[in-house]
Design a protein. Sequence first.
Length: 585
Amino acid sequence: MITKIYKTLCAGLVCCGFAAVLTSCNDFIDVEPQGVIDEDLAMNQPNEMVTSAYAKLGDDWYTYPFNLWPYGDVSSDDAMKGGSGTTDTDYHSVEVWSTLSALTPGGHMDELWYHLYCSISRCNRALVSLDEYGVKMLGEEKTNIRRGEVLFLRAHFYFKLVQLWNRVPWINEAVYRDHSEEQTSNREFTHDELMQKIVADFKTAYDLLPVKQTELARANKIAAAAYLAKCYLTMAWGDGYEATTGVSHINKQYMQEVLKYTKVVEESEYGYLEDFGDIFLPDYKNSKESIFAVQHSGYEEDNTRFGRANWSNMLNGCWQMWSCGWDFHKPTQNLVNAFKTQNGLPMFDTYNDVIAYPINGAPTAQKWDPRLFHTVGMPSFPYKYEDAFTMTKDNSRNPSTYGYYTSLKEVPQRSKGETYDNPWQAFAMNDYVLRYTDVMLMRAEAMVETGDLTGALAIVNDIRQRAKNSVGKHIGYAADQCEINLYTSSDFSTAEKARLRVQWERRLEMAMEQSRFFDLRRWGIASQTLNKFFEKEQNSVYDGQEYGKYYKDAHFTPAKNEYFPLPYNQLYYVPGLYDQNKGYN
């Protein structure tokens, strides 16, 4: 049993208690606050403060999901928002881009910004507590390890902030000590300088952390190495804006750093899980594939009333399959088409020419990459491998807007049931932050850009072989519709060919795992990919049902939409403190 270091504590971002002051002549009555922890008492318990920082990893909600599924998937060609219609939640503007604005006070982006900074506040407090009480309470060795963990967590939260908003205020433990948060501008550091600060935290964590922790949910040296590779890969392509991002802007030195740190991961005890489908079942949530994940639990696991459920994905269950499935995060036709194969290989140039979809028990000449059936729920097929819960067209909430597909990776099998189901639903599914195959794809990407095409070919073929082996155990019903083969050396004979295949493999392998938009931006191809997608996707049809018409209003504007607008409330809480991202003024 994994130690529940992610349990909810209130020792971190200490609640501001209130004192009820009643005046009668000159008498004052001070009432001690109830249900809060005194800050001085909390700060002299460094181990508990570190636990409190960990607790923030999963302390999110569908309006501020830390896994960023609306901002990484719905913003891309992989997923539609879903739900009852375009006004259901604030995420419609994210999927069409043309209406994205900072003008609305409050909203989901403001919540996400606020809660990410709450998470950073817990990290800063934990660092101060470790500095002041760590050696005395924990000893030097354990204090150093805990400090490495907290720096890892802080860098993790900051990576998300910079990934979303480009330039953000850097609030560290020194700012916390000085109480200068409201004097800290987002103009202080450039995008590159912020990324270097994140890298510095991860490097210190890498130096301090052990290769293996006795409590599996804690960050370790391998997780820090994987995150360093992710940071360097992000920086290696440019600053994210298309004019200064892409193949012509690649920093080869940074790519070498990607190779260095992914090599650490490759030589570790982590590895490819044998069956692709197992990666997304709760029974395997801490397997060798999982380098670092946000831990979630059911009430039977941690003996609480509701468990430590995954609330970020609470909207994403299939309609009428679950008691509270709200049918968000729906795969696009473009994504389904991307899994087409011809002679077992992707149809790079023609995949999206014709709308196609498999029907259970009715194979055609069109064959598919097996990962489609692990990633996308489709009418006529068992839902997450279970015949007793076969999907129909009735399992779509609004098919005239969002079609009939549903997302599979973030949900358990239906027979397992929800962790919590009234009035919402939630599951005890871990959120992967870094998984082994993701890191190996980073390595293959860096190999292409540094000239090792043979090495990139070997990695991609290892991943494709695993996909080829992932039919019999879970999706035997689709075996006659699957065809996947390995690449030959001629497919990787030039950097251009290799780059296309590595990027395509990343889309298929990581589909619906919140990374697609950030990948497109990193490669400098977001506008050309998304605007072409919008033009075609508005004409989607499934069995005579048209949908996706709202994409007629969608448009991605380069030099603007690469990053999201800073939330209105943050801009005007302290007027003049922050600069808005370009294009949104």
